[in-house]
Design a protein around this ligand. Sequence first.
Ligand SMILES: [Cu+2]
Length: 158
Amino acid sequence: MKAFALAFGYAMVLPTLALAECPGVTAGELTVSKAWSRVTIGTQRPAVFYVEIRNDGQTDDRLIGIETSAAGMPMLHQTVIKDGVASMPHAAAVEIPAGQTVSLAPGGYHGMLMDLTRPLVEGESFPVTLTFEQAGAVEIETRILPIRAQEAQCDAER
Ligand SMILES: [Cu+2]
């Protein structure tokens, strides 16, 4: 009975662990990692998509689009603050210069998942496909973090 209680206790604790492995996915010289989003209430408002992209090559690349079954109209946006007013114009592409790491992160470039096909539930994940001009398409699992999350919650740098 004690063993059962211990096992049960462990199972109860697991889903609340904030940190997880965030394995990177490579395509050519690019490594895509730390993909995350935030829980949504229903499907009325768009969800966010954040990710880190490292270019270990000698050639610049560009992120030119994102796709996911979780949203009917995923887009790339850039948060711009001009004269104290924030706006989010559509970004046709995000430059990924050779030798650099570029993050889609709160306050900067981000994916905007419009037309959600289902609510995003905390603790679950969904695949997003990123399309690069040079490296082609890369699919990565995107973790759904709590509403106040400001960065990927990974157990180690990768
Ligand atoms: Cu946006």
